[in-house]
Write a protein that binds this ligand. Sequence first.
Ligand SMILES: *[C@@H]1O[C@H](CO)[C@@H](O)[C@H](O)[C@H]1NC(C)=O
Length: 452
Amino acid sequence: MKSFAALCALVALLPSVSAQAQQWAQCGGIGWSGATTCVSGSVCTKQNDYYSQCIPGTAPPPATTANPPATSQPGTPTTAPSSAPTAAPTGGSPAASNPFVGVTPYLSPYYANEIAAAASAISDATLKTKAASIANVPTFTWLDSVSKIPDLGTDLAAAKKLQDSTGQKQVVQIVVYDLPDRDCAAKASNGEFSIANNGQANYENYIDQIVAEIKKVPDVRVIAVIEPDSLANLVTNLNVQKCANAQTTYLACVNYALKQLSAVGVYMYMDAGHAGWLGWPANLGPAAQLFASVFKNAGSSPFVKGLATNVANYNALSAASPDPITQGNANYDEIHYINALAPQLQSQGFPATFVVDQGRAGQQNLRQQWGDWCNIKGAGFGTRPTTNTGSQFIDSIVWVKPGGESDGTSNSSSPRFDSTCSLSDAAQPAPEAGTWFQAYFETLVSKANPPL
Ligand SMILES: *[C@@H]1O[C@H](CO)[C@@H](O)[C@H](O)[C@H]1NC(C)=O
């Protein structure tokens, strides 16, 4: 689901003027009309059909994988990261209006059932017990098709019952994820609607159905992450034809979602990629501009709390030391990214706070390239959801991605195959996005950090 955006990051923002492309600049790809040769000392190297890049060296990198790994550094990779690693983030307590405070996340029975089935398939007794304990960790329910919306109704009704019987206010956590031409820069998570075929109207109907369910159970709180990858793709991937074509529709659809869901009191965090995507210094300004304008165009609703980062990704909130793949970006983890972005949002009138996905961020230094996102080998469950975040900007650490569900298939014959899922750092064989990946789940359990 994560796009290859990071590799396009800087280039999308800089005009290409010289006859020879600079080191790390784009030098080819579908629709590319700029220079196709690189300055001396670098070689034009194909990353994917849409993007070739000038990589330092005199020959292409060795073909260790079926597809050349993407390169995520647009900076000056020969220079050491400019900022030294810091200790745990400092800051005040969560904002007074933090919607995660005073509520208990409702545990999705769907995920609990997946976990129960997964645990029962494990023979090692210790691992089985640890695996079963994941059923008590709140995750988000992905409403990735209209057919999932009745499940929201079921969850809301059950949460209301629990709330009434225990006196403990419940919150149902959802991901709104059904834009037409979804996942415009990758393939694994293509959705059910297309812009060409009535997509915007279908999307508005999808939102209306969610709103109708919420109206039936008005006193259970709902917190939503809005459309992973969509707006971030508009910051860096407009050189991908499908993203350029989707821009107007994405903005209209997200505007509709924010307005309609605000009207029924849903607290929202728009997806903002991660440190290795919008966290590159050149992308921060354009990202802040886009998110602030989306916020203001939707009426500056207090229910639009801010942004979600690292959704389904693997970055640490606060890395002990920078992963070598982050070289060139001082914002090498989520706390650096958030601390850099939040003031820019504020100065543009968006007092954003954040949620950060740490569901699969327990282990670091696993990836060959920062842009790799598919079923990364060796990943472990990360910090459990908490409002004790250590940052004034972060409302809660969350688990948005239900760990154990696949990011995408490694079957190259599948129509939804994305080559990222067959890179050497991707666990294989992997089933289709969203379906259960037992071997991967077992690794997440055994590599959990903190341990289970
Ligand atoms: C791979 O995908 C193709 C096309 O969907 C399917 O026919 C085939 O059975 C799949 N192979 C595996 C090993 O799942």
